[in-house]
Each structure stands twice: as structure tokens, then as C-alpha cells.
Design a binder for this molecule. Structure first.
Ligand code: SF4
Ligand code: SF4
Length: 394
């Protein structure tokens, strides 16, 4: 067995299903990436701009690098009952965040691989690990190694098992045997993901405007979510899987046996009302070692408030009234929006009361807008039914 074959066999034993090796050389898609940044599609993810010089060539990350080992590990587990995930009183969390923090799970596995390489190849070898967020155009190297292609939804897709994969890379300072085969499969004439995207974030095949993408809005964006996009977010409270769910290549996905990726029961369609008033201690406990903690409490509760507004049920008003007095202005502002959408006398009283004491300009603006929305919808009801005088729901 050659050194490369030994590495691949060991990586497979560690749970990586797809493994490919390519030379550590200049990126061939960097110009496309630059253009994407120039158009502002990265939104407020400034770190992507900062990563640009490093992304031009993996040797900018590890000068001695000779090879890129691309690794993919499947995180597909189960399909929860449709009526559960579509229930607007419940929130949806992206599949990849149902289990433990994948960064930790994968890094531990690659560390084991580096130890194996050290033992088999000599301690003088230099290695560098990247899991998901590193300054390397990982999909390019995975595609070059023949592991799959980049779909129109911008996800990496394998022709046998679809796109529920985490990608990771290991740079090593030794020449290996390289994979040159072209990936099988393609999107062909399919446009299902483009049509299914609720916010039209896939602005052209393979081009994502992150500023519109729900996964950006409810995880990466740390500020207020643009009001016009909130109604399109439905009950998605962490990430969005829609453009992968509709992809025909995922019909062949098989469940992973990786223990760390098995869903925590509380992450499958949690009840929104059980989340909106979580304290910091409760949030930290519930999402310990979970990818969800990336949104932080303030961002997560912001998302839950939006989902409650989209649910539109008066049963959410008491919890939203408490959220209107949250310590975080971001939570108060989105709770105000949700109360405005739901409407009713009790919601209006709460908004009026908060307006009297609120000091944050952004929240004051949200409350005023919510009251304006409420007044408009009341006017519409009166115009439609001149005898209507009360919602009778408070
Ligand atoms: Fe659209 Fe959701 Fe896919 Fe983003 S993740 S492109 S919002 S379907
Ligand atoms: Fe490609 Fe269709 Fe899958 Fe989109 S849904 S990534 S167009 S195969």
C-alpha cells in the first residue's frame, strides 16, 4: 500500500466517506470569488474579505504545503414527520445543527489522522487542519479531487449520496498521489433549488447573494433582520435547508452512523414558546456544544421572535410581551415587530407601554412601525366590515 492509500484507508476508518488528494496550488476560482465579494454578496461577513489573500493559494496558509487532502463526512440522519416541521408553532433548525458541534467532532478525527501521518510519514512533516470555516476555497479542491460538483445552490454534491456533507481539509508538506478524475453527475437543466428559495437568494446558478439567504440572516447577521425579509423566513430559526431538501440528488442520502451527529431530541422542531423567554443560563445549557450557540442568545431569540410573528397566533402575545422587556435591544425590537404582525388590544397596550420607557432608537423605530402596521390592519378590517369593532381575541 502506498503512503497515500494508507492515509485514505485511515481516513475512511475515522468515518470520512469521501477522500481526495490534490496538489496545494493556486486557486483557479479565486477571480469568481473576488467578483462575488465586489458585488457585496458577502453582506457583513467581513472575515471573508480578510481571508481573500490567504484563499488565493493554500501555501499562504502553510508555506511548506504540497498537498491538499479533501475530506467529506455525511451528516444526514432522519426525516422528521412533515407535520412536525411544518407546524408554525414550532421552529426549524438546520440538519447540520441537530447534533454536537461538528467542528469539534471533525477536528478530533483529523487530529487522529495527523497523528497517523506523523507516525507513518515522519514527525518533520508539517500539517494544517481546516474545518468548514478556514481560508481555503474548499469546494474547489473537493471538486478537483473528483469528490463531487458544486450545485446551482452552491452546495457540494456527490453523485451517489447528495449534499448532506461537511467538508474539511488537511494541508500536508509532502507530495502524494493525486486524484485527477472529473466528478460524475451534474445539475443538468434542473432549477428546483432556485425556484424553491423563499428569498430568491440564488440570484443566478451557482451565485448566492448571502444578504438574502436565510442561513445568513438567522446565523451570520448579528444585527436587525431587514423587515421586508422577515415574513419570508417562516419558522426557520437557525439556518435553512430548503435548497438542499428539494435537490433530487439528496433522495439517495443514507443516514450517518456518526454518534456526534445524531439529533438531540430538543433540536427537532422545538416549540417556539419554550424558547422565546430563555435566560442566558438556559440558552447556554440547552445549546452546550451545539452549532446553535453560534447565533448567541440574542440572535437566536431574535429569530424565534420573527418565527412567532410569522405564526401569527395570539397565544404568543404573553411571551412576546415579556420579550419586549428583554435586556437585549435586538430581542425587544423583533418582539415588537412580531406583536405588530399579530395585532390585538393586548399587543397594542404592551407596545404603547414599552414606547413610554424605551431608550434605544432602533427599538423605538421598531415599536412605532409595529403600531403603524397594526393601525393599518385595523383600518383594513373596518373597511372590509364596517360593523367590526373588536377582535374579541384578547
Ligand atoms: Fe435560499 Fe434557504 Fe438555500 Fe439560502 S439556504 S439559498 S434562503 S433556500
Ligand atoms: Fe442542482 Fe437541481 Fe440540486 Fe439545485 S436542486 S443543486 S439545480 S440538482
Amino acid at each position: 500500500m502506498t503512503f497515500t492509500e494508507k492515509i485514505k484507508t485511515h481516513a475512511q476508518k475515522l468515518g470520512f466517506e469521501l477522500i481526495g488528494v490534490t496538489p496545494a496550488e493556486e486557486s483557479q476560482t479565486i477571480r469568481l470569488y473576488e467578483k462575488w465579494l465586489e458585488k457585496g454578496y458577502a453582506g457583513k461577513m467581513e472575515y471573508l474579505e480578510k481571508h481573500l489573500p490567504l484563499k488565493r493559494d493554500p501555501r499562504n496558509c502553510l508555506p511548506e504545503a504540497k498537498s491538499v487532502i479533501s475530506l467529506a463526512i455525511n451528516y444526514y440522519t432522519l426525516d422528521p414527520a412533515q407535520e412536525l416541521v411544518e407546524n408554525p408553532a414550532r421552529g426549524q433548525i438546520s440538519r447540520y445543527a441537530w447534533g454536537d458541534d461538528y467542528h469539534e467532532v471533525i477536528r478530533a478525527k483529523i487530529r487522529e489522522l495527523t497523528e497517523f501521518i506523523d507516525e507513518a510519514g515522519g514527525k518533520e512533516l508539517k500539517q494544517k487542519i481546516y474545518v468548514d470555516t478556514g481560508p481555503i476555497i474548499e469546494r474547489e479542491y473537493a471538486q478537483k479531487a473528483g469528490l463531487g460538483w458544486i450545485g446551482k445552490n452552491t452546495n457540494f454534491i456527490n453523485w451517489q449520496s447528495g449534499s448532506w456533507y461537511f467538508l474539511a481539509e488537511l494541508l500536508v508538506s509532502v507530495e502524494l498521489e493525486y486524484d485527477w478524475q472529473l466528478p460524475r453527475g451534474s445539475c443538468g437543466t434542473c432549477t428546483l433549488c432556485i425556484e424553491a428559495c423563499p428569498t430568491d437568494a440564488i440570484v443566478a446558478p451557482n451565485v448566492l447573494d448571502s444578504r438574502l439567504c436565510i442561513s445568513y440572516l438567522n446565523i451570520e447577521l448579528k444585527d436587525s433582520i431587514p423587515r421586508e425579509l422577515r415574513p419570508r423566513m417562516g419558522n426557520l430559526i437557525f439556518g435553512c435547508d430548503i435548497c438542499q431538501e428539494v435537490c433530487p440528488w439528496n433522495s439517495m442520502a443514507t443516514p450517518t452512523s456518526e454518534v456526534g451527529f445524531q439529533p438531540r431530541e430538543e433540536n427537532i422542531a422545538p416549540n417556539l414558546l419554550s424558547l422565546i423567554n430563555m435566560s442566558q443560563a438556559e440558552f447556554s445549557k440547552r445549546f452546550r456544544n451545539s452549532p446553535v450557540k453560534r447565533a448567541k442568545r440574542r440572535g437566536f431569540l431574535r429569530n424565534v421572535a420573527v418565527a412567532l410573528g410569522n405564526w401569527g397566533n395570539r397565544r404568543a402575545v404573553p411571551a412576546l410581551k415579556r420579550a419586549l422587556n428583554d435586556d437585549e435591544a435586538l430581542v425587544r425590537g423583533h418582539a415588537a415587530w412580531a406583536l405588530g404582525v399579530i395585532g390585538g388590544g393586548s399587543a397594542k397596550d404592551a407596545l404603547d407601554a414599552r414606547l413610554g420607557v424605551e431608550t434605544e432608537a432602533q427599538v423605538i423605530d421598531e415599536i412605532k412601525d409595529a403600531l403603524r402596521v397594526m393601525a393599518q390592519s385595523t383600518q383594513k378590517v373596518v373597511l372590509a366590515d364596517p360593523l367590526a369593532h373588536s377582535d374579541g381575541n384578547d
